[in-house]
Design a protein around this ligand. Sequence first.
Ligand SMILES: Cc1cc2nc3c(=O)[nH]c(=O)nc-3n(C[C@H](O)[C@H](O)[C@H](O)COP(=O)(O)OP(=O)(O)OC[C@H]3O[C@@H](n4cnc5c(N)ncnc54)[C@H](O)[C@@H]3O)c2cc1C
Length: 649
Amino acid sequence: YSPFDVVDDYVSEFEHSMYLLKTAPPVAPVQHGEAEKARHQVKDASAESEEYDFIVVGSGASGSALASRLSEIPEWKVLLLEAGTREDAVTKVPAMQHYLRTTSYNWPYKTVPQNMSCLGTENQQCSIGTGRALGGESAINDMLYTRGDPKDYDTWADKDLIGWCWDSVMPYFKKIEDAFCSDLDRKHHQYGKWVSYATHNTPVYRYHLDNTPDGGLVPVLGGPVHLENMQHTTHLVSRILEAAHELGIKPVDYNGKERLGFSRPQVTTKDGKRHSAASAYLTQASKRSNLVIKPDSRVTEVTITDHTKEAKGVKYYHDGEMYTAKATKEVILAAGAVNTAHILLSSGIGPKHDLEALETPVVADLPVGKNLKDHVTFIGLNFVLNNTEHEDKNFHECQNEVVEYLRYGKGPLTTTGLELVGFLQTEASKTKLHHPDVQFLFTTNLYNQGHENLKHLNIRKDIYDAVWAPIKHKQGFSIDVVLLHPKSAGYVKLHHKDPFSAPIINPNSLTDQDEEDLETILAGVNKALKLVRSEALHKHGYQLNAHQIPECDHDGFVNDHYWRCAIKYLSVNARHLSGTARMGAEGDKEAVVDKDLRVYGVHNLRVADSSVIPVTISGNLMAAEYMIGEQAAAKIKTDWLKEKCRCEG
Ligand SMILES: Cc1cc2nc3c(=O)[nH]c(=O)nc-3n(C[C@H](O)[C@H](O)[C@H](O)COP(=O)(O)OP(=O)(O)OC[C@H]3O[C@@H](n4cnc5c(N)ncnc54)[C@H](O)[C@@H]3O)c2cc1C
């Protein structure tokens, strides 16, 4: 075959998508004037509005799972509204993920200036952009699939949240997944089987088959979300596993029974291409006539009746005009921890005092926006390999990579650079139970590729020049240290009552009084340094990047004193945002929704996304979001189908 046959069509589609992304106008916030103009064009609500049984707002992991499951009931008409647009050829390529975060597939939010973290960013403002696409963040994220630790969910259940303990959520994880990974703890997964076919001139294909009782082979029906290991790794994996062995750290399946240790990443790709929530859930479901999916439609407010406090529908902005849509049964918000809080606040649901200050009529006085949590992450731990330069690729090599990607789903384009993941308990941990407090992300050549590549993190140019520019093009790797259970909490507030203006986001990272958060990251840094000093890595010549942050370099030594300072400069937000519409039992003053995700004090309104997470989990959030979407659908089905049985007698 000619590589040109494979590549030509793809390259033109890819180039076209890149052109559209580069020329797209800035997305959010829409300018104040434009919002005003649009508001005057609101169509007459009663005459023009569309009517549905359910309206789901936001199509991320939770919203896509939820809308898809609700539309399984043919009599229910479901509307899914999404502010972002459909994915394209660029989003499918895992290696493009950093680029995507500077495009219109992103809400370009920044935090307010921080005092204890992000000191190395422009204006001390961390970038906190979240995904804005059909598929939500799963269309731009790092694709790492981590369920979290059973103890996390048991902690939720300890707060009287029946139905959320590990034993209750585990079946949903299994329902979601279709896992094709090596090193799986199989009892704990819904997994596919591998059958390889190699014919004389075709590549190896994979079939997903199982034995039937009569001995034939049928496809196994796993869940909609395809999981596989990163399809491209380097020699770093075996070297780190060897080093880990030296330190007594085990190789594990972090989604299995034993979770403390190191694993190959399990990621949401299918044949090396990104498998977003939209691909997993909406591609099939969109064939149903009772599911209406509207991208480029930004919800500004939930409409709620004055005296009965019932959610009746939403207002949304599409193509320069405002529309209304009615929900005869429920409205469910799944717009992510920042935007769900924003919509609730704009609808008059939030702290009374704050809403009144902005002259917003109060529908329900609830602590919306409080308790914002994120997994703050230290990115300043970089290692170089004996000053080895990596060479620029020539045209032929690049072309081969594209062919490898398209034809076999392999090669460097299928990876984000992440090679290995660790869940560890540091010396700073206060619990006697086995429970991780930090996550390690081992990535090759992530930060030393030019300042442009760190634009999505808002890193200052002088910091880049001091720390990473001297090792540009050097081979090496980094260990990001992720704080899994931050004590500090922040908030999301309305900046203005105009629903189009960006909210105030303050994660307040590393501000806890006892500095436990800082000390836990420091303990993680020291553990990482110990690992790199092991014989297994030392013998290859890996060295700590000698170029450090000038503001922290008081005495020329890289010691705890230095690292505490460095952590404040180069800890950034992981954008694992949660907790802004927290789930809690009745009487819990910090709760916004109950255990069935219903908003307290407002009828027919639920929240089903990371906003409801009451206590952070030991892992990245996407898997939990899929689980929350699935659980929400099951709860809604139970409620309304039970209702139907009662009515029908
Ligand atoms: C850069 C980045 C990397 C990450 N990497 C990982 C990772 O590797 N693994 C992992 O598990 N997690 C990762 N995360 C976090 C994870 O992706 C999210 O926590 C999770 O996907 C959130 O799912 P969600 O359904 O709650 O919301 P989202 O995915 O944020 O979906 C919400 C959707 O609602 C839409 N929306 C918002 N406001 C409105 C509105 N007003 N009207 C209509 N639609 C609206 C948004 O456009 C968005 O599409 C990452 C996040 C980011 C930003």
